[in-house]
Design a protein around this ligand. Structure first.
Ligand SMILES: C[S@@+](CC[C@H](N)C(=O)[O-])C[C@H]1O[C@@H](n2cnc3c(N)ncnc32)[C@H](O)[C@@H]1O
Length: 376
């Protein structure tokens, strides 16, 4: 197995470079990667407009949106209805006049909001006047007849709410930080104006794009041998923050957190019979959480292999798993599993090396972030 250092690509494994890019900046997603990584890979592998690029762990849609900007057909699959909705909003075509018409409708909408049955987390997260505006605007958005415009304004609502909240996403937890926050309604106006500017200023190519809510372990909506390139980033081993730090977003859009599809998240089903004998690393057994993770990833890799054409490639951004007593080398284990499935000549590009600590101070080792290149 070829392992090389590509620390020059380190920033590309993060969402940060997207924060000033039209459309990509509509929702800040810490777990996402950079548009420029997708562009780099599309160019490197000579992708053209007759081909298909898949992201089976699409998140908020960095891969499909970049494919529309570049000019290649694309499919995205994401288990969370919330993230899939955000991805859809970012990739769609809009009529500016319709956006402006609905924007006016939303700002003029009147309704008395009763905070009686509202979830305590929302009451803690926002000043009362902001929460009333958030809920009123949410109700106005629900009345918009066309899904694409509803999604557009939901994303503006979430993004603006984030900026006017006392709750901060801190690692795997939401943390209360009492401080002066801007009124939500000002942030909402500002966010919608920025999004309108982005729609006017970006040209998306006329390619096919299909975004699905689904499970990367069962890509039944995709035919065998139909995909040229996969660019993706599965959840990292032992990092499951998507389930808790987006609770406020779930509450705002859906009114509860039960729609959060926790059971389908990679690596969270411990009870299922394990299908695999995992390679022993350093003679040690892996922790149970790692078993659950690699079993799920094995299924996802099998699906990637099935849908890829001969000569196709799967590119996965992965992070090593940090446990209290060790770092589990997920990149190497995934490369071994991929070989078992039939992928040829796996390559690992190490793009970041991070010190892994426990209890904020005790050093456990170095955890790499890598790009795994697999060939069919
Ligand atoms: C690292 S993030 C991907 C971020 C994406 N590259 C971006 O830039 O937005 C991993 C995503 O996988 C999703 N996920 C977890 N389990 C899944 C499953 N079984 N099938 C499909 N998606 C899943 C999570 O909800 C999360 O959005």
């Amino acid at each position: 197995m070829r392992v090389i250092e590509r620390l020059d690509l380190g920033e590309y494994a993060t969402f940060k470079p997207n924060k000033d890019l039209p459309r990509h900046r509509w929702f800040y997603f810490k777990e996402g990667f950079a548009r420029d990584l997708v562009l780099y890979l599309l160019k490197k592998f000579n992708t053209n407009e007759s081909q298909w690029v898949l992201d089976p762990f699409m998140g908020v849609g960095t891969t499909p949106l970049t494919c529309r900007e570049y000019g290649v057909n694309t499919i995205g699959v994401e288990v969370s209805p919330l993230f899939k909705m955000i991805a859809e909003a970012k990739i769609e075509d809009y009529d500016i006049e319709d956006i402006k018409k609905f924007f006016k409708y939303i700002l003029d909408y009147k309704e008395r909001i009763d905070l009686g049955g509202i979830h305590g987390l929302l009451k803690k997260a926002f000043p009362k006047s902001s929460l009333i505006d958030i809920l009123r605007i949410r109700n106005a958005i629900e009345n918009i007849p066309e899904r694409r415009y509803r999604n557009f304004f939901y994303v503006a609502l979430l993004s603006a709410a984030n900026k006017s909240s006392y709750m901060i996403k801190d690692g795997s937890k939401l943390r209360m930080h009492r401080r002066k926050v801007p009124p939500f309604i000002d942030m909402f106006r500002r966010t919608v104006k920025m999004m309108i500017k982005d729609v006017e200023g970006t040209e998306l190519k006329n390619v096919e794009y299909h975004l699905h809510q689904g499970d990367a372990r069962k890509l039944s909506m995709i035919d065998d041998d139909s995909i040229d390139l996969i660019i993706t980033s599965p959840p990292y081993l032992n990092k499951i923050e998507y389930t808790s730090i987006y609770e406020i977003e779930y509450l705002i859009v859906y009114g509860d957190t039960h729609v959060n599809p926790i059971r389908s998240y990679i690596g969270l089903t411990f009870s299922r019979r394990h299908i695999l004998e995992l390679p022993k690393m350093g003679g040690e057994d892996l922790p149970p959480a790692a078993h659950a993770y690699f079993n799920d990833m094995y299924l996802a890799l099998q699906e990637m292999y099935r849908v890829l054409k001969g000569g196709g490639r799967a590119i996965l951004v992965v992070g090593q798993g940090i446990f209290p007593d060790r770092v589990v080398p997920s990149d190497e284990i995934l490369a071994k599993l991929a070989r078992k499935i039939g992928f040829r000549k796996p390559e690992i590009w190490i793009v970041n090396r991070r010190i892994a600590v426990r209890d904020r101070t005790v050093k456990i080792g170095v955890a790499n972030e890598s790009i795994l290149i697999l060939r069919t």
